[in-house]
Ligand binder design. Structure first.
Ligand code: PAF
Length: 288
């Protein structure tokens, strides 16, 4: 694995590796890697000839008072994990290289970036869309992999790629969960053992909606109420939102007639956690 820091270095390394029409897969991350990230790397290795991973804790997607400073950073252990996975290039740019003085062009994903997590974290998705667009420009991947755990982010990045006529294919990969259902997240490191066990309620609550939909319930109000009540009963978990939305537009739905998704966000201690599940259409099988 070649570790590169500058834009010029990554372009030179890619020029060497991209010979004979080899395809490039890309996994953008903020580091503090877990099995969810590694599943994206493995997907890239399966679908592309060359795999590039970036680690960059992007300051523009953190709001004032959020956890930019505290965000876990563990470059040595991340590098070892990625080398073991057979990654070809690891890009670790500096903040100054990504945002030199005067670089104030932004990519605003529009309305979809202002709802749900975008309402709680104003400017967050503009920061994400801007840095990912810049990384796409630098790496010029054929396909880029993002986890469905950050479902709103995934739908926004698909839209940005579509709206801006990018050549990259944005691919979503299934959520990777701990054995007790907790979705893997770098922010789980903020949880005490007690908080961690309370946090499993997010998946248990989403599972009630999924299971009710499998049993034929199509009323989104009923599905959402079940999720909300399950989370409200759990000590130490403060629900921010629980919704059932159209799986593509993220618009609220009242009756599930098209592919839908149940999404939740909640605070557990200092951690803001998110999770989601697919809501099966009536008459289709279970698929969490
Ligand atoms: O999901 C993340 O880790 C980040 O939001 C991303 C996509 C790497 C952009 O900084």
């Amino acid at each position: 694995m070649e570790r590169v820091v500058s834009v010029d270095e990554v372009r030179a390394a890619l020029a060497r590796l991209r010979r004979d029409g080899r395809t490039v897969g890309f996994v953008p991350t903020m580091g503090a890697l877990h099995d969810g990230h590694l599943s994206l790397v493995r997907a890239s290795r399966r679908h592309a000839d060359v795999t590039v991973v970036s680690i960059f804790v992007n300051p523009t997607q953190f709001g004032p008072g959020e956890d930019f400073e505290a965000y876990p950073r563990d470059l040595d252990s991340d590098t070892a994990l990625l080398a073991d996975e057979g990654v070809d290039i690891l890009l670790t740019p500096t903040v100054d290289a990504m945002y030199p003085p005067g670089a104030d062009t932004h990519v605003d994903p529009g309305r979809i970036g202002t709802v749900l997590c975008g309402a709680a974290r104003p400017g967050h998705f503009t920061g994400v869309a801007t840095v990912v667009t810049k990384l796409f420009q630098i790496v010029t991947p054929d396909i880029a992999f993002f986890g469905e755990k950050d479902y709103q982010q995934l739908k926004i990045l698909e839209k940005v790629a579509r709206d801006l006529d990018m050549r990259v294919r944005v691919a979503g990969c299934p959520i990777v969960r701990e054995p007790d259902g907790l979705a893997m997240s770098s922010r789980n490191r903020y949880l005490s053992p007690d908080q961690r066990s309370h946090a499993t309620v997010l998946y248990r609550a989403l599972a009630t909606a999924h299971d009710a939909a499998c049993a034929g319930e199509t009323d989104a109000g009923v599905l959402t109420r079940g999720v909300r009540e399950t989370i409200d009963r759990e000590e130490g978990v403060e629900l921010e939102y629980a919704v059932v939305v159209d799986a593509e537009t993220l618009d609220p739905v009242s009756v599930v007639q098209r592919p839908a998704r149940a999404l939740v966000a909640a605070r557990v201690g200092s951690a803001r956690l998110i999770d989601n599940v697919a809501i099966p259409l009536p008459g289709t099988g279970p698929s969490r």
